[in-house]
Write a protein that binds this ligand. Structure first.
Ligand code: ADP
Length: 458
């Protein structure tokens, strides 16, 4: 198309341990896929290297086939190739079985992923590939940066430059510090988060090469007009029709009363980062105000999971037909919740970018968020952020609050619910408005291309 870049195509290889929808745990998986697709759509050659987990969702890999094998680290490594969402993906399968453990995370992760990073570079070298950019992500593929600079750049892959993206600084700070020191450029996933972490020991010395580029969502993967998991397809033109059909379907599926009350949705990993105490409070507050609540989430920590299991049975008894907690990971259900709820709550303590608020808006669900990190950069309060939105060329698009406490949540949640009850026409126009905002990769993909180019000038 006309929008395809006239510049010569760049060759970019992502080395990552998550990729949506075949091995997704959180936002990292979404970003690897959607950023790659956006850059590929600009006319560049993008490839992904991923471990071949036994738990891959293979139904979403096209034309998967065995390609070759090589010896490294005392084992045979089989290389498989296939297409995921139209992206070429190499799957590395060490025959020592280290990725045959039934999960992405949770078993000897440091040594498994260290091994993976090393073998990915070895694979590129042995294949005679010489990418312009090697893009690694978070602590899990951070070793790529220093292995590359200390070994592979001197050894045949010298043309490449390394870009390192921090999706979450909370994990593996020592790996992140090493990657920050060795990469050519580093990014994190929103401008505000880049400022929030500027003083961190791993970042501060390398701040000169550190940039905030906000994540986007893939508008084809998240599209209420083509979504197979919702009953009526819709755009901003028929958002009311589409959302009310989805609301009825959601209520029916989860055994909720079929009434036109406001529904607050929460779709989240249940960890301290996500504001567990605020989530719990918001559930009760919404019920007090005669709303309904749907929570879809799972906790990696069994204590937190158990805690929510208890809360679920208590709430399902006490507020029968008005609240449902689904304590699992369920991609199809997440689509129906984005479409069928009126609000999506994201009360994070910190949030590097956050994708749920962006997906919510794509489905015409109004975000209620805490003002932190990428939530601050993408959600503009209808009452207090008009000027800040306007400076971005946007109209306000949600409800937000500052403090990580109960009164903070109430401030935003109460105004949101009141708007639903008392200003329904205006609320409906807000649903239409957020759907028309562009939270895709259109802009950020160009920012990444600029960054890749500047890395190559090093
Ligand atoms: P994080 O990466 O910190 O988990 P993000 O907001 O960046 O948070 O990304 C979360 C992604 O995971 C979104 O695509 C969201 O829809 C999805 N998600 C989170 N929890 C679940 C769940 N229990 N079931 C289905 N999808 C989920």
């Amino acid at each position: 198309s006309d929008s395809v870049a006239k510049e010569p195509p760049m060759h970019i290889v992502h080395i990552a341990v998550e990729m949506a929808p075949i091995a997704k745990v959180g936002g990292l998986g979404d970003v690897v896929t959607s950023l790659s697709r956006a850059v590929q759509d600009l006319g560049h050659n993008v490839e992904v290297i991923l471990p071949k987990y036994d738990c891959l969702n293979l139904s979403n890999v096209k034309d998967l086939h065995y390609q070759q094998s090589f010896m490294w680290g005392g084992t045979e490594i089989k290389v498989w190739f296939g297409k995921v969402e139209d992206l070429p993906v190499y799957f590395l399968e060490p025959q020592n079985g280290m990725f045959w453990v039934g999960c992405v995370y949770g078993k000897n992760d440091e040594s498994r992923f260290g091994f993976f990073c090393h073998s990915a570079l070895e694979f590129l070298l042995q294949k005679g590939s010489s990418p312009d950019i090697i893009h690694c992500h978070d602590w899990s593929s951070a070793p790529v940066a220093w292995l590359f600079k200390e070994q592979y750049a001197l050894n045949g892959l010298g043309n490449g430059r390394v870009v390192f993206t921090i999706h979450n600084l909370e994990f593996g700070a020592h790996h992140i510090g090493k990657a920050m020191a060795h990469c050519d450029k580093a990014t994190t996933v929103s401008d505000t988060y880049s400022k929030e972490v500027a003083g961190h020991g791993a970042i501060a010395p390398q701040f000169f090469k550190f940039h905030g580029i906000r994540n986007g969502i893939d508008p084809d993967i998240w599209d209420p007009y083509t979504d197979n998991f919702i009953p009526v397809h819709y755009t901003s033109e028929n958002v009311l029709e589409g959302k009310s059909a989805a609301k009825r379907a959601l209520q029916q599926k989860l055994g909720l009363q079929q009434t036109d009350t406001p529904i607050v949705g929460i779709i989240s990993r249940l960890t301290v980062q996500k504001g567990i105490h605020l989530i719990k409070h918001a559930i009760y507050r919404t019920l007090e105000r005669n709303g309904q609540v749907v929570l879809l989430g799972s906790a990696p920590d069994p204590r937190i999971q158990g805690d929510f299991t208890n809360l679920a049975s208590q709430l399902h008894g006490e507020y029968h037909g008005r609240v449902k907690l689904c304590l699992t990971y369920d991609e199809p259900l997440s689509h129906l919740i984005y479409a069928g709820t009126d609000f999506i709550l994201v009360p994070s303590i910190f949030e590097p970018c956050g994708l749920t608020q962006l997906i919510a808006m794509r489905y015409g669900s109004i975000p209620i968020v805490r003002k932190t990190g990428g939530l601050y950069d993408t959600v503009f309060d209808v009452d207090t952020d008009k000027d800040r939105a306007q400076a971005q060329g946007l109209e306000p698009n949600g409800f937000s609050f500052e403090g990580a406490d109960i009164s903070g949540v109430d401030y935003a949640l109460d105004r949101a619910i009141t708007t639903f009850y008392d200003a329904r026409d205006w609320f409906n126009s807000l649903c239409k408005r957020v759907m028309d905002q562009d939270w895709s990769w259109n802009r950020p993909a160009l920012d990444y291309m600029e960054l890749y180019h500047s890395a190559r000038k090093n």
